[in-house]
Ligand binder design. Structure first.
Ligand code: NAP
Length: 249
């Protein structure tokens, strides 16, 4: 069945791959990112494959912007019943060097963003008696040096997911989280730059530690999202799926 999906942070990386995958699965996809023009490539890829997509610009941490974006998507593609909260940023630093702005901005985009988007979209899901929410967590939720802000946000995404599952289950809405390990995107590229390591070396080093012997690709995460939002995943809710090429500990 064709649904309307919103994927946040879908201009590139995991969000773009997920938007493209959900469109290939037959859904109409709102490709949301900070700037609508940055979504052009994702939209063109979807439309080039015969799918339906719409670019929308919004800051997920801004309540008014989120509501306006969800209203716009509803008018253009129909009421959204699938939501993938993927938008994210990193501001890594050891605790003693981490600024309040580093902390607030990371918590704001990931957690406040997922809260605001979920609150705006659940109205349509409850009305439809069907919905799917997928939140992007991370293996960093288990703790990671230099990521006090990010790991707190990603652990928070897991708590949010489980609570959404409890509250919305009776309306036919499931909520699940995907916790990726190392995925090749601009985000991991930025980490390599910050620590002064060439990206190829960084990826090769990461791959050595991963049981399946390779780094993850955005499509690895998109495949998991595709399952969680599918019709047949309706009895799977409140779960955290680590997609990391192996067990996490
Ligand atoms: P990415 O390549 O940096 O893409 C993130 C996207 O989110 C960008 O297009 C960015 O837009 C957008 N964004 C940032 N702030 C936003 C805001 N306030 N409102 C709307 N959009 C915003 O990151 P990625 O690697 O694909 O990561 C996607 C998600 O997976 C994130 O939640 C990340 O934490 C999570 N994750 C990634 C990895 C990994 O190894 N890559 C591992 C675990 C979890 P701009 O380009 O305009 O900033």
């Amino acid at each position: 069945m064709t649904r309307t999906a919103i994927v946040t942070g879908a201009a590139r990386g995991i969000g773009a791959a997920t938007a493209i995958r959900l469109a290939a699965d037959g859904h109409a996809v709102a490709v949301l990112d900070l700037d609508a023009s940055s979504c052009a490539d994702t939209v063109a890829t979807i439309e080039g494959a015969g799918g339906r997509a719409f670019a929308v610009g919004a800051d997920v941490a801004d309540a008014e912007g989120v509501q306006a974006a969800v209203d716009l998507v509803t008018a253009r593609l129909g009421a959204p019943t699938i939501l993938v909260n993927n938008a994210g940023i990193i501001r890594d630093n050891l605790l003693f060097k981490m600024t309040e702005d580093d902390w607030d901005s990371v918590l704001s985009v990931h957690l406040r963003g997922a809260f605001l988007m979920s609150r705006a979209v659940q109205k349509h899901q409850v009305e439809a008696g069907w919905g799917r929410i997928v939140n992007l967590s991370s293996t960093s939720a288990l703790g990671n040096r230099g990521q006090a802000n990010y790991s707190a946000a990603k652990a928070g995404m897991q708590g949010l997911t489980k609570t959404l599952a409890f509250e919305l289950g009776r309306y036919g809405v499931t909520a699940n989280a995907i916790a990726p390990g190392f995925i090749v995107t601009d985000m991991t590229r930025a980490t390599a730059e910050r620590i002064g390591v060439g990206f190829d070396d960084f990826v090769a080093h990461a791959a050595k530690e991963i049981p399946v012997g390779r780094a993850g690709e955005p499509t690895d995460i998109a495949a998991a999202a595709s399952f969680f939002v599918s019709e047949e995943a309706g009895f799977v809710s409140g779960q955290v799926l680590y997609v990391a090429g192996g067990p996490t500990s």
